[in-house]
Each structure stands twice: as structure tokens, then as C-alpha cells.
Design a binder for this molecule. Structure first.
Ligand SMILES: Cc1ncc(COP(=O)(O)O)c(C=O)c1O
Length: 433
């Protein structure tokens, strides 16, 4: 028999789909919520004390969560906030980013990363990606000017890029590095956890993250001065002492607050999720590595470079094809095979549909918009920054996005689910690539 006849007909072409039942949606932490989170919430509600600084019978959940999170990472200071976006704002303010400054960051991120720079009054300067899909350290130096105030690296999809090289370059120029670890809780590289490479880092506990309380965030740092400033910004503009009383005496922590304190309810849930984080990542990583291994011999399908697969949090698999047509046909093909997330989930999708993760999809960035009539790009202090944000600004990233597919790896896949994903990916991948 000829080989073409032995091939199974794709569901797209009228063949039998690999799978009939949708896969679980991608909300990693939520799948593992159980009576422990319920008991945590109940504890706070029974105490009728949902605010962290005072209450009828304060449980000190936020304080304990910060201590536990700091211990998990091995850092000195952790500050709970109400979102990753707020954490970014507080971290940039801690670094003193403001008018007249430029902040170097990748073009692949989440809109919040770049929004925090703009809302700080500074100019975002985009750098292209390397094969790890992170900011390319080889291209950073060319973007540093006398105005550069900080460098942001974003550990997208649970994977850390060439962060040690990036930090070395930053040090050479006396610049701080902010790690956006919103998508990287539980990730590591060579035994070192995400959030411990740079000067300050942020996390998110929104629903899509590896551990979740629905919303929530964290700023971490080893530097007391940065912690005090981040603290002041997340609260009322001033530091609070251990008793929760505001302090006005530190001139470096007389700032403007954004009212982003973490609630006791959030902290209580997040504490339980933190204890589950490594287990959640282990499950995702195991499934992801099984899928990767099964696709290794498929010619024409390339995978993201992961420098330390043992530290991959495992939440996302990116597949890149030689041509755009192949990538589009692959998504269409595997979806037809029944590899789709249940209601509310998005995956698998083409990067065309990855929205505000990509710089050129953000209308207010591309058009350099302000909130009022003028924007940060109009400020006299910012004049002279030579920046653009339209498609083509990061050509390596752009070309890869045009040919790539995102597969989320749910945290509760069964062996059969993984086997179906592998079967469908091989069936369609063998045909299109
Ligand atoms: C890379 C990245 N940075 C920042 C954020 C912002 O976090 P949050 O949604 O908690 O504000 C997110 C998640 O939404 C993210 O994925």
C-alpha cells in the first residue's frame, strides 16, 4: 500500500476526530481549589475581618502570605497587592521611573506591562525576542540611552529566557532589572526561581495564573528601600510600620498611593494555593514534556527554546511552523480533531488571536495615546525618544508570531487527555508540516 493511503484522514477532510469531549479550560490554579480554600475563606469571614490592618478579630492572612511567599522564593521582602498590574505600577515607582525616563522591555508581554510604564510617565522602548521568546539580550544594549531607567523582562508562559545575560548587561550599565513573573510563579532556571534574578519582581494571582485567588499580586525584592517605596505606592503614598501605623518621616517614601492593598480574603486563598503551586506546575510540566517528546520527530514543527526544561512551569506550549499557512491549517486541523478547551477556555489558538499579549495589537500604544489630550510621548521631558510600536518594530517576534500556535496545558489533564493531544498533534502535524 502506498504511504498516503495509510495516513488517517483528518477530521477537517471528513475523517473521524480523535476526541469527542472538550479538554479542561486553562485556569491552572482554579482546578485545584477544594475544601482548603473554602476553609481559608471561612476563617476570614467568621472573624469578620477582611481588611489586613485592623478588624474585629484580625487573622493576619496577608502578613503570613507575604512571609510564606518570601520564604518560597528565598527573598527578603514580599508585598501583597490586589493585582499584577498594581504590582507593576508599585515596582516601577519603587525604581523611581517617571517623566523623562525610558524603560526597555520586550514586545511580547501582557498589555499591563507596557501600560504600567506609560502610566508612570515614561517611554517604553521595545526590544525583539530571541529563540526563548524572551527579550533578546543581544539586542538590549543598542536600546540603552542616557535616559534608560530600568529594564523589564517578562517570563511569558512559565518559561525564563536568557535572564543571567540580561542582568549582566543591566549591571554593566548600572540599570535595575524588573522581572514580570505574572505568568511564571513556580518557574525556575538551574534551581533559581523566577523573581530572584533581578532587583525587583512582580507576580499575579489572577484566574489564568499558576496559583490564583481570582485576583491578587505580589512585589518581591531583597532591597529594603525598594520595598518601602513599593509599599508606599500600593497603599496611601507612605510606609506603615509593623503595627500598621503610617510613617511620614522617610523622604524617599513620600509618594502617591494607588490603593492596591491585598485583602485578607485574597491572602487566605492565595496561601492555600501557594502550598499547591509546585504540584500544579509539576503536573503541567509533566504533560507538556510528554507532548513535546512525542512531537520531537515531526519535521517542520519547531518548539520554543527552553534553557532548563526542569524549571519550565509547563503552562504553555508554543509551536512554530515554517509557513504561516501551515500554522493556520494546524490550528484548524487540531480543533477539528476535538482538541479544544471547554466553554470559556481559549486554546489551542493561533498567535493571530493572542490579542493584548503582542505590542502591535495595542491601539493606544501604536497610536501613542494619552489619557487626557496629551500623552507621555508629548511631554517635553520625553522629547527626543526615537520609538515606534507598529508591526515591524520587532521583526523576529513578528515573523514567529505569524507562524505559531499557542497550546495551553491545563493543570488537570489525564493521561488519556495527553494521549489525545499527542495523537491529534501528530496526525495533523504530520500532514501540514
Ligand atoms: C505578563 C503579565 N504581566 C502582568 C499581568 C497583570 O496581572 P493582573 O491581571 O493580575 O493585573 C499579567 C496577567 O494578567 C501578565 O500575564
Amino acid at each position: 500500500m502506498q504511504q498516503t493511503l495509510q495516513r488517517e484522514r483528518l477530521a477537517l477532510d471528513g475523517g473521524r476526530p480523535v476526541r469527542a469531549k472538550p479538554l479542561p479550560p486553562e485556569w491552572c490554579g482554579a482546578h485545584h481549589m477544594d475544601g482548603a480554600e473554602l476553609a481559608a475563606v471561612e476563617r476570614v469571614v467568621r472573624a469578620r475581618s477582611p481588611f489586613r490592618y485592623y478588624g474585629l478579630a484580625l487573622q493576619r492572612e496577608a502578613e503570613q502570605f507575604e512571609r510564606e511567599f518570601a520564604a518560597y522564593l528565598g527573598v527578603k521582602h514580599a508585598l501583597g497587592v490586589n493585582s499584577g498590574t498594581a504590582a507593576l505600577q508599585a515596582a516601577l515607582a519603587a525604581l523611581g521611573v517617571g517623566f523623562g525616563d525610558e524603560v526597555v522591555l520586550p514586545g511580547y508581554f501582557w498589555v499591563s506591562t507596557v501600560a504600567a510604564v506609560v502610566r508612570s510617565g515614561a517611554i517604553p522602548v521595545l526590544v525583539d525576542s530571541d529563540a526563548t521568546w524572551s527579550i533578546d539580550p543581544d539586542k538590549v544594549e543598542a536600546k540603552i540611552t542616557e535616559r534608560t531607567k530600568a529594564i523589564i523582562t517578562v517570563h511569558m508562559g512559565g518559561v525564563i529566557g536568557r535572564v543571567a545575560e540580561l542582568v549582566r548587561i543591566a549591571r554593566r550599565h548600572g540599570l535595575p532589572v524588573l522581572e514580570d513573573c505574572a505568568q511564571a510563579a513556580g518557574a525556575s532556571q538551574n534551581g533559581r526561581k523566577a523573581g530572584t534574578f533581578g532587583d525587583i519582581a512582580i507576580f499575579s494571582f489572577q484566574l489564568n495564573k499558576h496559583m490564583t485567588a481570582g485576583e491578587g499580586g505580589m512585589v518581591v525584592t531583597n532591597e529594603a528601600a525598594l520595598y518601602r517605596r513599593a509599599f508606599a505606592v500600593h497603599d496611601l503614598g507612605y510606609f506603615r510600620n509593623a503595627a500598621g501605623r503610617l510613617e511620614f518621616s522617610d523622604p524617599d517614601a513620600q509618594l502617591w498611593g494607588i490603593g492596591a492593598r491585598m485583602s485578607e480574603l485574597t491572602a487566605a486563598v492565595a496561601r492555600v494555593q501557594l502550598a499547591k503551586l509546585d504540584g500544579i506546575c509539576r503536573r503541567m510540566r509533566t504533560a507538556k514534556n510528554r507532548i513535546k517528546a512525542a512531537l520531537a520527530d515531526l519535521p517542520g514543527v519547531r518548539m520554543r527554546e527552553v534553557l532548563d526544561p526542569a524549571g519550565d512551569a509547563g503552562s504553555f506550549l508554543y509551536l512554530t511552523f515554517a509557513t504561516r499557512a501551515q500554522s493556520l491549517r494546524f490550528v484548524e486541523g487540531v480543533r477539528a480533531e476535538g482538541i479544544v478547551a471547554a466553554e470559556g477556555g481559549m486554546y489551542p489558538i493561533h498567535f493571530d488571536d493572542w490579542g493584548l499579549h503582542i505590542y502591535y495589537n495595542i491601539p493606544s500604544l501604536v497610536a501613542k495615546k494619552g489619557i487626557g489630550a496629551r500623552s507621555v510621548w508629548d511631554l517635553a521631558e520625553n522629547a527626543g525618544s526615537d520609538v515606534s510600536y507598529g508591526k515591524g518594530t520587532c521583526p523576529v517576534l513578528d515573523s514567529r508570531l505569524a507562524r505559531s500556535v499557542v497550546m495551553c496545558v491545563a493543570s488537570n489533564l489525564t493521561d488519556d487527555d495527553v494521549a489525545d493531544i499527542v495523537a491529534a498533534f501528530r496526525k495533523v502535524g504530520g500532514e501540514v508540516a
